[in-house]
Ligand binder design. Sequence first.
Ligand code: PMT
Length: 407
Amino acid sequence: MTSLAGKAVLLIIGGGIAAYKTHELVRLLKTRGARVRVIMTRAAEEFVTPLSLASLSGEKVYTALFSLTDEVEMGHIQLSRAADLLVVAPATADLMAKMAHGLADDLASTALLATDKPVLIAPAMNVRMWQHPATQHNVEILRRHGIALVGPTDGEMACGEFGPGRMAEPGDILGAIVTMLTPKARPLAGRRVIITAGPTREPIDPVRFISNHSSGKQGYAIAEAAAELGAETVLISGPVSLPAPSGVRVVNVETAREMLTACQDEMPADIAIFTAAVADWRVASEAAEKLKKTEAGPPNLALAENPDILATIAHSGMRPSLVVGFAAETEKVTEHATQKLKRKGCDIIVANDVSEAGGVFGSDRNTVHLVTSTGIESWPEMSKQDVGRKLMERLTELLTPQQKAME
Ligand code: PMT
């Protein structure tokens, strides 16, 4: 259990139903030895009380920007500077918008604008608010400003809707805090990692396409983990609705052929990880105009095979030191993955069950099996973030001896 003794966290609580989870977060932080000071927005006081947070943190709770007593005891600038990390939980759409655009009309937003310390936010809001282009634009701005995000996760919301927008659990927020407050090892500094993610979209005509259910979550989580380990990370992504992970350069593509060209353009690399769910086929000739319904019945769509991006890169003269493929299987998962390992020429295949029972597409969790020429290693079910972190740690171990031998 990593100790946070000597570390000070300024917790800014926004006004949302998830505010009740901050009680547990404060408790967990205190258990690790951190000092926790709390600022609450006016709206947060509708959900949790300053008294309960003062009792749990053992500190005065700050609520008002223009409080003479607070300013004398500890001014709002000092409050934000005295912390090692600012954590905003729940980060509401409103608070995130203020942060993105530099508004400072209450104590919480003023402290956030005045700080020169790292900031972690745990967004929580209704799914449509999260997906609204305005919020997504603000997320992009915040990431560009170096603000870290934990969550939101998918699930049933207090408003009865389902989808992304639930605040991360206190244990996961604590994990992100520990990561941010622990000096980072950057074993992949100076290394280059290329990752493909998401689906490809193969046009039939100007309005229709062939695609699949990949959300990009697994590939984006791997890219985030690679960047955290210090790698120069390029994420070649099909169309998804995820924000760019921090420290990662995203190259957006639509079709398999565009994805292959982007991969070739981004070589050389030390590691290439092919997480994308690439369409194996495209329509042989895309219609220039929208196909019309006719009395002759449905059109006969002749298909053409797409290039195999992974196999092309793995068998090329520009092969990275480590090539990792994924295998999306609905039956005989490891058996089919073993065949793909040989056929596609990669060092590792990460196999996962994409049948309805496996439930991997779009979910926040995954159960994977690492298939290599020497055997199969099955990992327990975990979050896609943890799969990303564990996979990148493993690849770092594998890369280091290879590089050392070459140096
Ligand atoms: O995006 P999520 O919702 O998080 O879901 C994650 C995932 C299920 C998409 C991911 O974990 C996964 O399994 N990705 C691989 C999907 C796939 O296309 O598998 P495959 O078994 O059809 O292909 C095997 C490998 O060849 C893959 O690495 C694939 O990227 C690659 N491939 C396939 C076809 C092709 N034309 N070019 C390729 O490079």
